[in-house]
Design a protein around this ligand. Structure first.
Ligand SMILES: [Zn+2]
Length: 107
């Protein structure tokens, strides 16, 4: 089921106007250091990892947040989901789905 989800991201006009982004529109609009990809935006980027850490910390699951070695959103999601009991798993999956959608929503 998770593999069927198609994730897309379009930078906002505010991001497009950032001077570093204009110099290299292929770079991540958050850290402006790495090449932009969906996996980078969701788990590799330092800002993405901070987002997940803060979100999961709110429910006492900060240990599930992506680590610096993480490079696949779906692999991280599967690992995080499998690391929880059945009761907690549904909640973790909901948080990850909503968090992922929220992190990609233009502000
Ligand atoms: Zn980045």
């Amino acid at each position: 089921m998770k593999e069927e989800i198609v994730l897309t991201y379009k930078p906002t006009n505010k991001i497009k106007q950032h001077s570093m982004y204009r110099l290299n529109p292929e770079c991540c609009p958050l850290c402006v250091q790495e090449e932009e990809s969906i996996n980078h935006l969701l788990v590799e980027c330092v800002f993405a990892r901070e987002f997940w850490f803060i979100l999961l910390r709110q429910v006492g699951l900060r240990a599930l947040s992506p680590q610096p070695t993480e490079n696949s959103f779906l692999d991280w999601w599967e690992t995080a989901s499998n690391a929880t009991s059945n009761m907690v798993r549904q909640g973790v999956n909901s948080i990850i789905i909503l968090g992922g959608l929220d992190s990609l929503e233009p502000s």
